[in-house]
Design a binder for this molecule. Structure first.
Ligand code: CA
Length: 232
C-alpha cells in the first residue's frame, strides 16, 4: 500500500525536471513526469495524481491550455512553474484556475513549502466540500456561514455585508491566490474602472477589523499586483 502523495511534473527542460523530481522524492513524494502537453493530458487521466506542477513553455503548446483542459474536470491543485515574470502572466494563470505560481529561478525550500501548502488546502476547494461544513476555522478566526458571522477568539467582528462576502469568498478558496478581478467579479458581478479602488478600500477595512499587525502573520495576504490569499 502506497500512501505517498503523487505529484505530476510537466516540464520539458531535462535539468529542471531532474532537479525538481529529486527534490520532491527526497521530501517524500512520488513523482511522475511528462514533457509535453499531450503527454500531460494522458498521464493526468491514467495516473490520477494529487497535485500538478506545470511549466508554461512546452514543446507542443502553452501549459495554460493543459491547465484549462484539466480544470474542466478537476479541482486538483496546480502550481505553475514558469520563467515568465510578467504580472499579467501570473494573473492569467491564476484566473484560469492555477492554485499558485512560482517564478524560475526558485528556491528548493520554497517549492517544497508551496507543494505542502497546496496539498494541505486541497479539500477546501473540492466542489463537494463547498460550504457543506458550515463552520470554517483559521487560527483564532471562525466563520459561521449559516449565521454570516465571523469571530476572533470568540469575539464577533462587526462587518459590512460586502466585507463579510469578501472574507467568506477568500475562505472558500483558502490557500489559493485569488486575483483582483476574480474577487471583484464574484462580489460585485461586474468590473469597472472604480472596482479595484473599491476592493482596496474594503480590504483595508477588513485587515484593520481582523487586527492585522505588521510583521505578524495575518489571515489575509496581499500578493502585490496580483490578488489576495487567505493564509493557511
Ligand atoms: Ca519549458
Amino acid at each position: 500500500m502506497n500512501n505517498k502523495y503523487k505529484i505530476m511534473l510537466v516540464e520539458d527542460e531535462k535539468n529542471i525536471l531532474a532537479f525538481v523530481s529529486t527534490l520532491l522524492e527526497t521530501a517524500g513524494y512520488t513523482v511522475i513526469s511528462a514533457q509535453t502537453c499531450s503527454e500531460g493530458k494522458m498521464m493526468f487521466s491514467s495516473h490520477n495524481p494529487d497535485l500538478i506542477i506545470l511549466d508554461l513553455g512546452l514543446p507542443d503548446g502553452d501549459g495554460i491550455s493543459l491547465l484549462t483542459y484539466i480544470r474542466k474536470s478537476s479541482y486538483i491543485p496546480i502550481i505553475v512553474l514558469s520563467a515568465r515574470t510578467d504580472e499579467s502572466d501570473k494573473v492569467d494563470a491564476l484566473d484560469k484556475g492555477a492554485n499558485d505560481y512560482i517564478t524560475k529561478p526558485f528556491g528548493s525550500a520554497e517549492l517544497v513549502a508551496r507543494v505542502r501548502s497546496a496539498l494541505r488546502t486541497r479539500h477546501y476547494s473540492d466542489e463537494s466540500s463547498d460550504f457543506t461544513n458550515s463552520i470554517f476555522t483559521l487560527g483564532d478566526m471562525e466563520i459561521d456561514y449559516d449565521a454570516r458571522r465571523i469571530t476572533i477568539s470568540g469575539t464577533e467582528i462587526m462587518l459590512t455585508q460586502t466585507e463579510y462576502n469578501i472574507i467568506a469568498l477568500l475562505s472558500q478558496y483558502s490557500g489559493k491566490v485569488m486575483t483582483y478581478s476574480a474577487i471583484i467579479n464574484a462580489i460585485w458581478g461586474y468590473n469597472d474602472e472604480g472596482s479595484r479602488k473599491k476592493l482596496q478600500v474594503n480590504m483595508a477595512n477588513i485587515r484593520k477589523k481582523l487586527g492585522a499587525v505588521p510583521g505578524k502573520q495575518s489571515y489575509i495576504i496581499n500578493k502585490l499586483g496580483v490578488g489576495y490569499k487567505m493564509n493557511i
